[in-house]
Design a protein around this ligand. Sequence first.
Ligand SMILES: [Zn+2]
Length: 314
Amino acid sequence: MSLAGAFNAFKSSTLVSWKSTGKFQQTIASCIQRTGKALHSGEVTTVKICPEFAGEGRYFDFRSSFIRASIDFAEETPLCTTLCKDGLTVRTVEHLLSALEATGVDNCRIEISNSDCEGRSVEVPIFDGSANEWVEAIEQVGLKMATDCSGNSCEKLAPFLNEPVHVWKNDSFITAFPSPKIHITYGINFPQVPAIGCQWFSSASFDDSFYAKQIASSRTFCIYEEVERMINAGLIKGGSLDNAIVCSTSRGWLNPPLRFQDEPCRHKVLDLIGDLSLFARCGSQGLPVAHIVTYKACASLYRKLCFFCFILFL
Ligand SMILES: [Zn+2]
C-alpha cells in the first residue's frame, strides 16, 4: 500500500471529519524572498514564496517542476523531512512548512533554487535553526484572503479527530484525543545528556500569536558527541554554532544562552507542525484538530499514524 493510499484512507475514514474552521483560505499578500545556507548540503539556496489561488495549496517549484507539500511525496530521510517527485528532491522543508501552516499561508508557490543548475536536489536554508526568519518575513508582507480563479473565496477545512488514536514504536508514541481546539503536548528524553534530560512542553492554545511567540524562535539542537557521526554520514555540511544549539553530554550547552529553558522540546513541536502540515490538501489545514500527546516521536511514527488509520478504519 502506498503512502498516498494510506492518506486517502485517512481522509475518507470515520476517524477524522473534514469540517470548516470558520475561516476562509488565505495566501501571502505579496512575494517574499530569502537566501541562506542549507544545513545538510551546505549550499546557498534562494526561496521565493508567491501568492497562489485558493484550492491550490502549498507546493514547491523546483526546476519548473511542481512538488506538492503533501504526505504523498514525503520521504523518510535522516534528520530532515524531504519531498521527492520524479527524481527531484527538496530537503529540510519542515521549518518553512511549519511557519506557513501556523501563520495561515494556506496557498502559495515556493520557488526554490541553488547555484547548481544540473543538480536534482535542493535544500531549504536553515538560517538560525528556527522558523523565525520565515515568520518575520510573512509578518512583514501580511496575508490576504485567497480566491479561486473565478474570484470566489473558499472556506478552510481542517481534519477534526473523532476518536482517540494511539501509535507507538518501542518507548516512543503519538496519541491523539478528540478536542474542540488544537493542543500539543510533547515529551523528549535524553538521559545521556543531563543538560537536556526529560522535558515536557504543553501548549495552552494554538493561535497564530502563540506560535510566533512561543514556538517559532526555538532552534534545532544536536548532541555534540553525535556531530562527527553525522558529518561522516554526509550530513550537516552547513552546520555551525550559528544555526543550531549544541549540547555536550559532559559539558552541557556549548553556545548558550537558550531562548527558552525547554527550547529543544519546543523545537520538536515546531518540527511536528511542519510534518503534520503535509496532511493539508487543496488549501485546507493539515494539522489535525485534536489534543496530540507525543513522546520521543520521530518522522517514521507519522507514517505509522497514516497506516494505522488505514488498518483500523477501512
Ligand atoms: Zn527542526
